[in-house]
Design a protein around this ligand. Sequence first.
Ligand SMILES: *[C@@H]1O[C@H](CO)[C@@H](O)[C@H](O)[C@H]1NC(C)=O
Ligand SMILES: *[C@@H]1O[C@H](CO)[C@@H](O)[C@H](O)[C@H]1NC(C)=O
Ligand SMILES: CC(=O)N[C@H]1CO[C@H](CO)[C@@H](O)[C@@H]1O
Length: 285
Amino acid sequence: MIIHCQSAAMEKSLLFPLRFLLAMSLAVLCASSAHPAYDGELPAFGIAVSSAGDGDLVAVRREEYDGGRIIDISHYYREDMPAFESAEGIGQFLWLPKSMKNGSLANNSEMKMPAHTGTHVDAPGHVFQHYFEAGFDVDTLDLEVLNGPALLVDIPRDKNITAEVMESLHIPRGVRRVLFRTSNTDRKLMWKKEFDSSYVGFMKDGARWLVDNTDIKLVGVDYLSAAAFDDLIPSHLEFLENREIILVEALKLDDVKAGVYNVHCLPLRLRGAEGSPIRCILIKQ
Ligand SMILES: *[C@@H]1O[C@H](CO)[C@@H](O)[C@H](O)[C@H]1NC(C)=O
Ligand SMILES: *[C@@H]1O[C@H](CO)[C@@H](O)[C@H](O)[C@H]1NC(C)=O
Ligand SMILES: CC(=O)N[C@H]1CO[C@H](CO)[C@@H](O)[C@@H]1O
């Protein structure tokens, strides 16, 4: 145990103040001879862990906060989350190269995943080479568009989002952010490992209709792509050509009432990337 503690204290990768603090707390742990590591699975995999020491520690996981006022509409990342055109899910994306169990002063995970994984955002460079080259990456997206009043609407369950469907929704002018809930949510497609190309999304004419006839700048959808599989690129081109519309995909809209909310979405500042994981929440008005 003592050897273990000393090797941990020699960890070099941390800045001094943190190192000092951790060394202090480690000293306490060493003195009380409790092992700092947990004995369960990694919390990242959605499994509560119990401490090796006194009593059980149970991490609380929530989809809502403050009595339901704040709703998390992002999916947590998991290995069996669907990946575009794959039957295998996203697979392992998180590793623990430095772990307390192996004598490190702290656990330091590493992650690797495609930028368009899970709940994510598309930037104009996703489908336009000249925009990509000109730097229209996720760090250029307008946070004002990604944060503000939003409408959550239900789409007729028997159709993809065509011009006709868009027209039938009667979304008033002035509405700038809309989250489209479809049968993808009913079918729990984001909870199935295998990619399903029969998901509902925008057909080219639906995307065009939205651009021409509404003030919508934030388009949120409930599966991996805003565009229906059959119109994958044409719909993206319609949406992203004017560089005003932001697509947020694979939102978790289960059990949320249709209506008006404040949406808050924040992508990572990944310069050079045409996509990014994004955390989105709804706040009841
Ligand atoms: C600890 O180190 C051993 C030996 O290098 C390795 O096999 C094991 O996977 C490591 N465990 C963790 C949790 O990093
Ligand atoms: C939506 O379009 C996809 C192809 O992109 C198709 O497989 C699916 O059946 C369509 N869904 C509906 C409800 O029409
Ligand atoms: C806090 C935390 O993530 N602790 C982890 C540190 O690493 C060990 C493995 O060495 C895990 O079991 C813990 O869960």
